[in-house]
Write a protein of this length. Sequence first.
Length: 190
Amino acid sequence: MDFNIYRRIGGGEVGRKPTITREGLLEIAEAIVRNDGAAALTIDALARAAGVSKGGVQYSFASKDDLVRALVRRWTYRFDEMLGAMDGASPADLVRRYIRVMRSSQEAMNAKMAGLMIAYIQNPQNLEETRQWYRSMFERLGGETKDAQAARVALLAVEGLFLLRIAGIDEDGEWSGFLDDVESVIDRLL
């Protein structure tokens, strides 16, 4: 593992005493997960990759759970930013936007990073935060109209595809074609 690459990702310069920033550590942590998988992300590995002491990492993240929580919150924030303001959007428009964001975030949220979410939701507090996020999505898609029902089913289909991707079933890149299928059905129904 070339730790100098990780230091450059995190904003530090090779040969200089590293500057520790929370964002820089998260950048390096994300690169570790992307390159080496979720199991490779430890406080020790992050410290080595950043060129800092374990205590330097623990100043920002007391535990691996705190680090994973920060990564998932970062990804969720990015995803929500990409969704944009949803007030007043129809259920169909919201799901179409959701599908567009899923498509555009494919590279950023690859299967290795998504696998980290499995560890994340094993913590009861994190699981509750995830449930709340999904509840808010389904509240936005509320109602008994045919449009609202179709939008909820489409959202569930897209999330099912995401789970299949986490499990590594989409090795052949069929993900995008399946999203096309969901969009086609939504367009026919709405």
